[in-house]
Design a protein around this ligand. Structure first.
Ligand code: TRP
Length: 362
């Protein structure tokens, strides 16, 4: 395996994922090669070109499968585009170059992005990323593109100011105020509650959205249920139940629970809420993660058979032999597309060992 290139490894996962989801792999494979650029041929025997935080082992991409209530499941890729000589600035430029190279082909609408990109630009970025891209593949349609900014790029303290400015420019200011009041625990903004991602769709359809993500450190199901109450039509009990089923009881004291608010023009409150549970921190191994996610997928009326095929497409080891292949699981409530998403790590570089291994007594 080790003599493979990183592109070889990832394409070997993407191809069967596409087949399982009844998607033509040609465009996804082409875009995967574009995301990796010249680094695609790099051998897996070498360390990654850039230690991306997209995935625990610094793989440059993460897969996810979105089960949707109202349409066929979609395949997604989250990526950090590495610059030629990788670094935060070079990667930002490489991401914009990747988008520009695909803008005409896929009719990307960059109006919202252009309106705010300077807000999240700083000559001396802090944190572990500046710009990530995601690609969504749906049967019979062109891929959709999305970008994620890091609100903490100019420092944790400046995140609220940057987010407020960006939302103001997009005419989404009102929704932001109501949202903050409910989702941030008293005195915890910039401490245990962090504005972690700001996402913009690069299309102009009626479903184009802006999403704001809040990471809740040391939070529990009740905290995220409360955070969800600001969204009309969202049942906070459903969020709490999902949290328990996917992550278990008590305080989430390892990686944080993450909530996201979907903001749409003209609405004074967010229109949708999603909760992301970093399940890998709250299970012993992927066998246990797989059991929990199977239960979640089944309870929401989706195909566990499809889930199993997608896991098999990505996995290169027995599920009990590691933890983190199933990285997150999320519940999406409200428009544009309610459903459940399962995040699958590429594990191109490393497998995290399972937590409970049986060792013979000395
Ligand atoms: N790997 C990072 C994390 O786990 C970023 C990330 C990738 C992420 N996919 C995600 C965060 C899905 C939340 C949800 O935090």
């Amino acid at each position: 395996m080790r003599h493979f290139s990183v592109l070889h490894h990832l394409a070997g996962q993407l191809n069967p994922l596409c087949r399982s989801l009844d998607l033509d792999p040609a465009v996804p494979l082409d875009l995967l090669a574009g995301l990796l650029g010249p680094h695609g041929t790099r051998s897996l025997a070498e360390p990654p070109a850039w230690p991306s935080d997209v995935a625990d082992d610094h793989s440059p991409i993460e897969f996810s499968v979105a089960f949707n209530d109202t349409e066929a499941p979609a395949l997604r890729i989250l990526a950090e585009v590495p610059g030629l000589t990788p670094g935060l600035e070079a990667n930002t430029e490489a991401a914009y170059a990747f988008l520009a190279a695909n803008a005409a082909r896929f009719g990307l609408a960059t109006g919202r992005l252009d309106a705010i990109r300077d807000v999240f630009f700083t000559p001396d970025p802090t944190g572990n990323f500046t710009l990530w891209c995601s690609l969504v593949f749906r049967h019979g349609r062109d891929p959709e593109f999305k970008v994620y900014f890091n609100p903490e790029v100019a420092g944790v303290d400046r995140a609220p100011e940057l987010v407020e400015e960006a939302l103001g420019r997009l005419g989404l200011h009102d929704a932001y105020r109501t949202m903050l009041a409910r989702s941030i625990r008293p005195g915890e903004l910039g401490r245990r509650d962090r504005l972690s991602f700001f996402a913009v769709d690069l299309h102009d359809g009626p479903q184009a959205r802006v999403k704001l993500y809040v990471s809740h450190h040391e939070a529990d199901a009740a905290d995220v249920a409360r955070a969800a109450t600001v969204v009309p039509g969202v049942d906070p009990a459903e969020i709490a139940e999902f949290c328990l089923e996917a992550g278990g009881k008590g305080v989430f004291d390892r990686r944080p629970l993450v909530g996201s608010y979907t903001l749409a023009g003209g609405a004074t409150r967010p229109v949708g809420y999603s909760l992301y549970v970093p399940i890998r921190d709250y299970v012993d191994d992927d066998l246990q993660a797989h059991e929990r996610v199977t239960a979640v997928v089944a309870r929401h009326g989706f195909s566990t058979d499809l889930l199993h095929r997608c896991v098999a497409a990505v996995s290169r080891r027995p599920l009990g032999a590691g933890v983190g292949l199933i990285a997150h699981v999320s519940l999406r409530l409200g428009p544009p597309r309610p459903g459940v998403t399962v995040y699958l790590s590429a594990e191109a570089y490393e497998v995290t060992p399972p937590r409970s291994v049986w060792l013979p007594a000395a």
